[in-house]
Ligand binder design. Structure first.
Ligand code: ADP
Ligand code: MG
Length: 717
């Protein structure tokens, strides 16, 4: 048995438990050993039974003298009573509603227990203690040798796997591994960062000799994930530097012409970002840049400058948006901006398999899918705009120079390779297109140094002049009528409002982090109900509509159009739909169940309003009194800066929060070390040093193997 042995080969793991483990993403012995305790229970100081005092928490060790279960309280609940004795005395033990205990413990069993001593009518007793049976196979072996049971791990009890059972499985595996487990981090790193060795750490994290050692073990394991992420990301970066791309010269006259034609002046941040992008395009290796900017900061114009420059060099551009509505919005925007440049700009949407193309100069050209695809392959289309469907195999370009992806943090190396293959001239060393991704999600600095380490970053950190701070308020559900009155007032001033319904997480969504799920039917139901309520009871005289991911594209488009034209006053929607929609006239954002969203997401939602000169407002509705929730929402009220919010979110919610994990696709452990910016920076330097000396990790075969496996686990998006 080694670390990669599948769990079904582990003794005592049957079909049922195998299934439960797999639900948690535990497939191999390694996964099992990396299923880490949440906390520990201290069994190290056993109190002799004669010295027990009421109202104290104790650990005891002894033998079961007697044990029985019976139904109590009109037979509603099982009451289990036992007597435990040691050399000094005996004590009564009571458990409620745990009928199975008599299957585990019997008279004669050696046990250790931890719990609270209570004073009853018949004397002292232990109330509902946790217990461990001392057997030949379990942890008891070392217990008998060392005479100390020490700290017992308590695991997250999901999927009906008890800590007791996990201990009994993990302990023998660890014992087995003692001589086999091998260190894979370079010696130098262990020394530099003062880390426990792998065999020691993996033992100490499960069965620590002291809490201090458990903590050091955690530091080591969390460092190791951070280090692997750095290695992975830096390798990608170096690979890109070694790849060929079309160098695209800067066409200054065209750039100037476009900038001059704008109805506004670019902000300094826009200028700076655009310049960084244009300089990247000049290089003979592909650009890999993330353009990060708050909602409304004007990323589209910057992207359009890059597209224009590329098209002028006779290379094609693909621009992708996450939804059809956004693709259409981009199409209209880009077409308008580039009106004078005599380029062919086409829109390709996947709706109902019918693909539409429009040509510039206001002329609308509807062509068959075949026709568009043929033109694209011919190089007659300069800029092709669409959803992510653009990277389907059937879409081929003559000479793709630049790919722009909106509202995405990351675009995988594989997807990029796919795009390259879609180019017509498919030779061995074909140039790879430049890549620009755009996001409105602010990325905390520690993530920028790690997960996004393979990307260059351009940040638009200022909003166009004249935008006002969005006034934000936390509101109790009981104050809803006030919010509705407020909406009504704003509508009288010709403004419009959004009402966002909370996302409802399906109960089974735990487990391995996946990509964001599309809208579920439960979400749809919530939206429908909210819309009904608002339309019938609250605003019977106003037009209230809804928008969600399960509507037909035609319906969605109609709603969007009417909202944009101020025919609809209140739009009820799910949080996932239409991330970047631009409705400058909307001034109120109401977010129901605000506690269910991360700060970054709340910030994005809030950014749907305040996109023009009107003062705008955001109401965060929550009935959660939890301290953390309040802390988070208060941060929303205070902060305007998305970056500040993102780092706060990471700090307040911590790595345990599932949604953060889902958002970044990172293991808990790695998230833990991300809180420590100094460590992150040092780790990065260390990883870089190793790769500079030995890119393919020839000298570190174990590390190389570990990295390969790690890559399969993380989802860097
Ligand atoms: P986002 O970064 O959210 O994608 P957009 O590119 O959609 O933002 O821009 C939001 C709005 O701001 C658009 O209507 C755009 O025309 C406008 N805009 C962009 N840059 C400026 C600027 N420098 N000054 C004024 N308005 C601008
Ligand atoms: Mg946008």
């Amino acid at each position: 048995m080694d670390l990669s042995t599948p769990i079904e080969k582990v003794p005592r793991i049957g079909k049922v438990l195998e299934k439960r483990l797999k639900k948690l993403g535990i497939k191999t012995v390694r996964d099992l050993l990396y299923h880490l305790p949440l906390r520990y229970e201290d069994f190290s100081n056993f109190v002799p039974l004669a010295q027990l005092r009421p109202q104290t928490n104790v650990s005891i060790r002894g033998k079961i003298l007697d044990i029985k279960s019976r139904l109590a309280w009109r037979k509603r609940m099982t009451l289990t009573q036992a007597v435990v004795g040691d050399q000094t005395g005996a004590i009564r033990v009571v458990w409620f509603a745990k009928p199975y205990i008599t299957d585990i413990l019997e008279a004669g069993s050696e046990v250790i227990m931890a719990g609270r001593v209570s004073q009853g009518k018949k004397g002292l007793y232990l109330n509902n203690p946790t217990y461990e049976k001392i057997t030949e196979s379990g942890f008891s072996i070392s217990l008998q040798k060392s005479k100390i049971a020490g700290l017992m791990p308590v695991y997250p009890e999901t999927e009906r796997l008890s800590s007791r059972w996990l201990r009994s499985i993990i302990r023998p595996i660890l014992a087995n591994f003692k001589n086999q487990a091998q260190e894979f981090l370079p010696e130098k790193i262990l020394k530099e960062f003062n880390l426990l060795s792998f065999p020691r750490a993996i033992w100490q994290i499960h069965f620590p000799d002291s809490l201090a050692l458990a903590q050091r073990a955690k530091v080591r394991l969390s460092f190791e994930e951070l280090f692997l992420i750095e290695l992975f990301v830096l390798k990608e970066r170096i690979k890109i530097l070694q790849t060929k791309a079309h160098p695209i010269p800067i066409d200054l006259p065209s750039i100037k012409k476009l900038v001059k034609s704008l109805p506004f002046t670019l902000t300094n941040a826009q200028k700076k970002s655009a310049w960084q992008i244009l300089k990247d395009l000049e290089k003979s290796h592909p650009m890999n840049r993330l353009l990060e900017g708050e909602v409304g900061s004007g990323k589209t114009v910057v992207a359009t400058l890059a597209a224009l420059n590329t098209a002028k060099a006779e290379l094609q551009v693909a621009l992708m948006a996450p939804t059809e509505i956004l693709a259409k919005q981009h199409f209209r925007e880009v077409a308008k901006l580039l009106f004078d440049f005599k380029l062919t700009i086409a829109l390709l949407t996947g709706q109902d398999d019918k693909i539409m193309a429009k040509k510039l100069k206001g002329e609308v050209l509807e062509a068959s899918r075949q026709k568009i695809l043929a033109k694209c392959l011919d190089g007659q289309i300069d800029i092709l705009i669409g959803t992510h469907a653009l990277i389907q195999k059937s879409v081929r370009f003559k000479n793709l120079g630049l790919v722009i992806i909106d509202e995405q943090h990351r675009f995988g190396i594989e997807q990029r390779a796919q795009l390259t293959q879609n180019s017509k001239r498919k030779t061995q060393n074909a140039p790879v297109p430049h890549l620009l991704t755009m996001t409105a999600t602010p990325i905390p600095r520690s993530l920028a140094l790690t997960v996004y380490g393979d990307l260059d970053l351009s940040v638009i950190n200022e909003l166009p002049r004249g935008r006002k701070k969005i006034l934000t308020e936390i509101v109790l559900p009981s104050e809803r009528p006030r919010v509705y009155d407020f909406i009504r007032n704003q509508v009288e001033l010709e403004r419009q409002a959004f009402v966002i319904c909370p996302r409802i997480e399906p109960a089974s969504s735990a487990g391995s982090p996946k990509r964001r799920q599309p809208t579920s039917w439960t979400d749809v139901k919530a939206v429908e109900e909210e819309k009904e309520k608002l339309a019938k009871e609250i605003f019977p005289d106003l037009r209230v509509e809804m928008l969600h991911g399960k509507m037909k594209p035609k319906e969605k488009e109609k709603i969007m159009k009417d909202f944009k034209n101020n025919k609809i006053k209140v739009l009820v929607a799910t949080s996932v739909v239409e991330v970047g929609i631009d409705i400058p006239n909307a001034s109120v954002m109401v977010i129901e169940g605000a506690e269910r969203f991360g700060l970054a997401q709340l910030h994005q939602l809030r950014g749907r309003v305040g996109r023009a000169e009107h003062q705008s407002y955001c109401f965060l509705l929550t009935d959660s009194p939890a301290r953390k929730t309040q802390q988070r929402l208060k941060a929303m009220v205070k902060a305007e800066d998305g970056f500040e919010l993102a780092q706060k979110d990471l700090e307040i919610r911590g790595p345990g929060e599932f949604s953060g994990k889902k958002q970044w696709g990172l293991p808990d452990l790695a998230m833990e070390s991300l809180k420590d910016l100094v460590l992150v920076a040092k780790c990065k330097t260390a990883a870089k040093e190793i790769l500079e000396q030995d890119f393919s990790l020839k000298k570190y075969p174990l590390l190389k193997e570990r990295l390969e496996r790690f890559k399969e686990k993380i989802h860097l998006e």
